[in-house]
Design a protein around this ligand. Structure first.
Ligand SMILES: *Cc1c(COP(=O)(O)O)cnc(C)c1O
Length: 459
């Protein structure tokens, strides 16, 4: 660990954190050995500062979420105003609040035309848990109670609660908590660089999609409820599927009467250069979980959009859908999310990614290909990945996976950049406000981090 020793208050805070704060996704033994967490104290635009005043370019927009960047007074003011007017009321039992209704309409207007009803939750995990219950309820209502099994992909990420981690395909998560739950099965991911072998990306896209169809045929379409996929897998390592993949998935789901769930928690709200990843990749989704960029992380809020067919079934059949959270449709979170979407619109951030920064980012990353450690760079919109490999020519990965990535992540922090490691895939997801100059700065810092990683593993 470096850079965390100058401010006595920081040291005290780190010690208290070790004693009292039990943080998520952390190796607690390792954290203790390093003397506690890095303390981040403030932020503006694309930059973060730690408790010692050190500045970092945030190449991850927090956790893939701060799409409009930090320090937006308009969002703070919208939340403040709403707190004074009505800090809380629920959406249970036939009530609603103006911000929740306004946000539902706004999100429905942005989504493709057949997705018109929005259910609010507190996070992406809750969105996917909601979907597990809603889909099974829906099939009961339409008299197909056998259609209950969900198909997902290995190395997918759909959240961390029991059902959302079951949707997910992370082996390390399944090993903790005895997951997946019954009724959640997993097939191949469309990860050409890692698993495509000698096939062309196009051939491999078809093959990966076929694993979904094979699973449907194996289980029987009358037993399968839905297929879920992130348009681009985020936490799995920014896996951008070959162009042949999603059209084939559309066909398979339609042909076998399977609902298609497009998890837009990362891809939504401009990340891929359209409002939603399903628009960029041509996905015909029936159900859409959202979170992260919905509020740019300023307050916790997630959502589930459902197709008109599902809406109509709920209305026609009646009976209570016995599901919801105290904070579903929280008025302050919804007011903040609305202002966030207004900013994205007002500043044309989606168009800016699509027409300018996406291509610039892609080329800037590609400039790293001269580094011996870099097997491939890839990006879509402002989602990017750098594959660190043992042998470039044969696409051979390091063994064990994750060690080199971990070193590179630490070197990035040392260089003043937040870049995340998914195994040995370095991933980037900067705020959508990032400029060309800042992309140049980002790639220079990546180069420095990869260079230093190379030297450390050579030594
Ligand atoms: C982050 C994420 C989730 C979970 O969202 P939380 O708000 O962390 O619960 C679900 N799906 C995808 C694709 C994600 O990236």
């Amino acid at each position: 660990m470096t850079n965390l020793t100058s401010n006595p208050n920081t040291e005290e805070l780190r010690a208290i954190a070790l004693k009292h704060h039990l943080p998520p996704f952390t190796d607690h033994k390792q954290l203790a050995a390093e003397g506690g967490p890095r303390i981040i104290t403030n932020a503006d635009g694309c930059y973060l500062w730690d408790a010692n005043g050190r500045r970092y370019l945030d190449g991850m927009a927090g956790l893939w979420c701060v799409n409009v960047g930090y320090g937006r007074k308009e969002i703070a003011e919208a939340a403040y105003k709403q707190m004074l007017e009505l800090p809380y009321y629920n959406s249970f039992f036939k009530t609603a609040t103006p911000p929740s209704v306004d946000l539902a309409k706004k999100v429905a207007d942005l989504l493709p035309g057949h997705l018109n009803q929005i259910h609010f939750v507190g996070s992406g995990s809750e969105a996917n848990d909601t979907i597990a219950r809603l889909v099974r309820h829906y099939y009961n209502l339409i008299g197909k109670p056998q259609k209950k099994t969900f198909i997902s992909r290995h190395n997918a990420y759909h959240g961390s609660t029991m059902a959302s981690a079951s949707f997910g395909g992370m082996a390390g998560m399944h090993a903790q908590g005895d997951l997946p739950l019954p009724g959640f099965v997993h097939v191949a991911q469309p990860y050409w660089y890692g698993e495509g072998g000698d096939l062309s990306p196009e051939e491999f896209g078809i093959k990966a999609a076929k694993s979904v169809e094979d699973k449907i045929l194996e289980l029987g379409a009358d037993k399968v409820a839905a297929f879920i996929g992130e348009p681009v897998q985020g936490a799995g390592g920014v896996i951008i599927p070959p162009d042949t993949y999603w059209p084939e998935i559309n066909r398979i789901c339609k042909e076998h009467d399977i609902l298609l769930i497009a998890d837009e928690v990362i891809c939504g709200f401009g990340r891929t250069g359209e409002w939603f990843g399903q628009q960029t990749l041509g996905i015909n989704a029936d159900i859409v979980p959202m979170a992260k960029g919905l509020s740019s992380g300023y307050l916790p809020v997630g959502a589930v959009a459902v197709s008109d067919d599902i809406s109509k079934t709920l209305k026609d059949e009646g009976g209570e859908f016995a599901h919801g959270m105290t904070y579903s449709g929280h008025p302050v979170a919804c007011a903040a999310a609305l202002e966030n979407l207004n900013i994205i619109e007002r500043e044309n951030l989606v168009g800016r990614v699509r027409d300018d920064t996406a291509a610039y980012f892609n080329q800037a990353l590609a400039s790293l290909n001269d580094l011996p450690l870099v097997g491939e760079t890839r990006s879509l919109g402002l989602l990017g990945a750098i594959e660190l490999v043992k042998d470039k020519a044969t696409r051979t990965k390091f063994d064990p996976v994750g060690k080199v990535g971990g070193i590179c992540r630490d070197k990035s922090f040392d260089a003043g950049l937040v870049m995340r490691a998914c195994g040995d895939i370095m991933v980037l997801s900067p705020p959508l406000i990032i400029t060309r100059e800042q992309i140049d700065e980002l790639v220079l810092l990546v180069r420095e981090a990869v260079d230093k990683t190379m030297r450390e593993i050579a030594a």
